[in-house]
Write a protein that binds this ligand. Structure first.
Ligand code: 5GP
Ligand code: ZN
Length: 111
């Protein structure tokens, strides 16, 4: 989508700090990190949210979590996986993205 910030990051039009890339996803450091490690897993193909996403891409993202969190050095101590949806849920970018947070003991509940 031409006016989508994450599509622009995927295409390279907007620069980002990529920590992983393959044919289906990119993983970038969040611009405003909420933890010492805070990355976003972004599917290359535009889909708006967790509700519009295909099972295939969700399963693919799940299948890469071990590799990505190992690479980030947060697998052993643990991490959090977050998908925000809608206004109350805090989704600000309407292109599916999965937050991975770690690098400290995270508070709960997250509000
Ligand atoms: P949401 O609130 O939609 O769940 O998450 C959007 C996230 O994207 C936010 O944590 C925000 O900091 C991050 N973000 C927004 N624009 C950019 C950008 O241009 N580059 C990067 N790296 N992160 C962004
Ligand atoms: Zn997009």
């Amino acid at each position: 989508m031409s006016d989508c910030v994450f599509c622009k990051i995927v295409s390279g039009e907007i620069p980002s700090n990529k920590v992983y890339e393959d044919d289906k996803i990119i993983v970038i450091n969040d611009l405003n990190p909420g933890a010492p490690v805070h990355v976003l897993i972004i599917p290359k193909e535009h889909t708006e949210s967790i509700l519009t996403a295909s099972a295939d891409i969700l399963v693919y993202i799940q299948s890469k979590l071990d590799e990505i969190t190992t690479k980030l050095g947060i697998k052993e101590k643990g991490f959090r996986v977050v998908i925000n949806y809608g206004k109350d849920g805090g989704q600000t970018v309407p292109h599916l993205h999965v937050h991975i947070l770690g690098g400290k003991v995270l508070g709960w509940p997250p509000c």
